[in-house]
Structure formats: structure tokens, C-alpha cells
Design a protein around this ligand. Structure first.
Ligand SMILES: Cc1cc2nc3c(=O)[nH]c(=O)nc-3n(C[C@H](O)[C@H](O)[C@H](O)COP(=O)(O)O)c2cc1C
Length: 356
């Protein structure tokens, strides 16, 4: 691998990325009642673009006012005021030469009633996470199993949020299917014990993801991007593999490859970890069954790790390194030695601090 690969352009549909480095989506929990992030949190995204990142993801935006939210202070993109706030961000990102993508999700059972304005907790099945909620220090509630009305209502929230992102000038949107939130709960044989068309076989458990993607694509113009994010781990019940086996994982990747999407983003704790008892990484196993552009994330903190990660993927994303080091891209370029930031109880750390 030469220097050229990391700093060579990449064509993501109609968008020319100037290098292979991007800022991963990061929930920052800074919004007040208006569901608009604090200005310094929005400014952080602009600064990373100005400092060279080719692609910048928003924090995960929640898709409705009823049941999507799982952490305090999350953002929405459903009202004119929210759209206007994000438009200033996308303008700045574009001027800085970065591609902007809004990530959106529904937390499903990783939530509690009081955190949502209209307070409900819903999931594919009535299964509560097996440990206490670290934010409330109490056990999670048992979610309402989703009715068919709930399913279509939640999909409508994804669509409305995608429309908000397009109105705000984002270059694309991402459906967050990773980390054991609602889409992961549908995919997982543990979280999904339904007996209808959304449960049982992996084909059925994939159905909700498929319907979200199709509905969102219809709201996203074809000259904008649609990416999806997946992982094998969840934020609760972390010991349980969401896909269960290499076969199920590759079945889902094959299904995604048939969708009208532009890239698959794979989130791992460690990009180089061997997956499902094979000698291959998560990205490597995805590459075996799809030619779609792949993004990979997980402890990619310095030049050797980034170059290594590019053997199985096209673009590398960083969360903690990009968050904590304003000069992450430039330091990559010069090959500076950089620290490997420890694993965090993600999502929860760094929330009250205004970081650069
Ligand atoms: C503060 C923080 C917030 C995060 N929020 C999100 C999020 O909103 N959406 C998401 O897909 N991943 C989120 N993640 C996970 C990261 O995007 C990434 O997959 C993970 O941290 C591993 O990458 P890293 O080793 O570069 O940090 C978050 C991580 C951190 C540290």
C-alpha cells in the first residue's frame, strides 16, 4: 500500500471524495427541547471538513417524536427550524470540499419512556435489554411489540427525516442499521421473535430493513447518496452477535447489494478483528459477496491502520480519533504517531464537553 491510496480520490456515485478519510457518525446529546444540536457541536463537523476530511457524517438523528429517541439531547430533522440549522452546516461542509451525509435511526428497545416527548418504547418483540440503562441506572422497560401500524409509522419517520436532510442540503442520508438499535433488533434472532412476515428466517428478519431502504430511497433524489450502516455488535447485550454466523451476515450483505444503495458502512470495535471464526475481517467477508463501495471503522487511528484497513474497504471512517484530534487528516498525511484512544462506553462519553 502506498501513500497514494489513502490520499487518492474515490468516486462515490456522482461525488468525488478527495481522499479516503471520513468522520464517523457521533451522537453528542447536546440538543435542547428544539432538537437542534449546540452550535459548538455543529461547528466541530465544519472544522473537521476544513481540516481535510473527505466525508463527514452527522450525529445519528432520531426519526420521530414518539419512540425513536434513546438518549437525552438528540437531534431531529423534521421542522423548518431544524432544517435551517443544518443548512448552515451543509453549506460550510460543501465549501470545505467535504461530502455531507445525515445519519438517522430509531433506538427501538434501547430507550426509556421519558426520553421521548410522546413516550413509548417499541421493538420487534417484547424483549428488554438484559442490563441496566447506564443513563438512568435502572432496568430498561419491556418494549411494546410493534404492530403493523407501528412499522409503517416508523418507516414514515425515516422518510420524513430523509426529506428534512435533503431540504437541509445534505449530499446524502444513511440508514443506521448498526449497534443493535431498531433495525439491528429486527435482524437479530435474539431481539426478533416475531411469528409474522417480519420474523423467523433471516429473509423475514431483513424485511423491515428492506422496507426502510426502499421507502427512504424514494424520497432521496437519485443524484444524492444513500448509505447503510451495519455491525455485528449491539450497544446492549453486547455479547450477542447480531448476525449469528458468517452465512447470515453474508446473506444480509447479498440482500443489501440488491438494494438501491450507494455504499455499506461497517462499524466494528476493531477493524482488523477476524469475524465469525474465519480468517477474514467483517469488511473482507462483505467484499467476498459485493462490489459496492465499503466503509470501515474501528480503531483506525494512524496511517498504518488506515492503509491496512483499505485492503478490505474503500473508505475509512474514524470516530474517537477524529473527535479528539482536530488534525487527524493532516497527521495521517504526515504519518505522525498518534495515540489509540481507548474503547469507550461510546455514545455516553464526551457529551457535556465542547470538544474541538
Ligand atoms: C461519542 C461517540 C458517539 C457515537 N455515536 C454514534 C452514532 O450516532 N452513530 C453511529 O453509527 N455510531 C456512533 N458511534 C460509533 C462510532 O461511529 C464508531 O463506529 C466506533 O466508535 C468505532 O470507531 P472508532 O474506533 O474510530 O471510535 C459513536 C462513537 C462515539 C465515541
Amino acid at each position: 500500500m502506498t501513500e497514494d491510496r489513502l490520499f487518492s480520490p474515490f468516486l462515490l456515485k456522482g461525488f468525488r471524495l478527495k481522499n479516503r478519510l471520513g468522520v464517523a457518525p457521533m451522537t453528542r446529546m447536546s440538543s435542547r427541547a428544539n432538537s437542534i444540536p449546540r452550535q459548538d457541536v455543529l461547528d466541530f463537523l465544519a472544522r473537521r471538513a476544513q481540516n481535510g476530511a473527505a466525508i463527514v457524517y452527522s450525529e445519528a438523528i432520531v426519526t420521530d417524536y414518539e419512540s425513536a429517541q434513546g438518549y437525552p439531547g438528540q437531534a431531529r430533522l423534521l421542522t423548518e427550524r431544524q432544517i435551517n440549522a443544518w443548512r448552515t452546516v451543509t453549506d460550510t461542509l460543501r465549501k470545505a470540499g467535504a461530502v455531507s451525509i445525515m445519519q438517522m435511526f430509531h433506538c427501538g428497545r434501547v430507550s426509556w419512556p421519558e426520553v421521548n416527548p410522546a413516550g413509548r418504547v417499541i421493538a420487534p418483540s417484547a424483549i428488554a435489554p438484559g442490563q441496566d440503562n447506564p443513563l438512568t441506572k435502572t432496568s430498561y422497560v419491556t418494549p411494546d411489540p410493534m404492530s403493523l401500524f407501528d412499522i409503517s409509522h416508523v418507516i414514515a419517520g425515516f422518510v420524513e427525516t430523509a426529506r428534512g436532510a435533503i431540504a437541509a442540503g445534505f449530499d446524502g442520508v444513511e440508514v443506521h442499521g448498526a449497534h443493535g438499535y431498531l433495525i439491528g433488533q429486527f435482524l437479530s434472532a435474539y431481539g426478533n421473535q416475531r411469528t409474522d412476515a417480519y420474523g423467523g428466517s433471516i429473509k423475514n428478519r431483513y424485511r423491515f430493513f428492506h422496507e426502510v431502504i426502499r421507502a427512504v430511497r424514494a424520497a432521496v433524489p437519485h443524484d444524492r447518496l444513500l448509505t447503510v450502516r451495519i455491525s455485528d455488535w449491539g450497544i446492549t447485550d453486547m455479547e450477542i452477535s447480531l448476525f449469528g454466523s458468517r452465512e447470515e451476515y453474508q446473506t444480509v450483505i447479498r440482500s443489501l447489494a440488491k438494494e438501491p444503495i450507494d455504499a455499506i458502512s461497517i462499524s466494528t470495535h476493531e477493524y482488523s478483528a477476524r469475524a465469525f471464526g474465519t480468517e477474514r475481517t467483517m469488511a473482507g467477508l462483505a467484499r467476498e459477496v459485493t462490489d459496492l463501495p465499503l466503509m470501515i471503522c474501528g480503531k483506525i487511528h494512524d496511517r498504518p491502520s488506515a492503509e491496512n484497513a483499505l485492503q478490505d474497504a474503500d473508505i475509512v471512517l474514524s470516530a474517537k480519533s477524529a473527535l479528539l484530534n482536530p488534525d487527524w487528516v493532516e497527521d495521517m498525511r504526515t504519518g505522525k504517531t498518534m495515540p489509540l484512544y481507548p474503547s469507550l462506553d461510546a455514545n455516553i462519553a464526551y457529551t457535556d464537553t465542547a470538544l474541538p
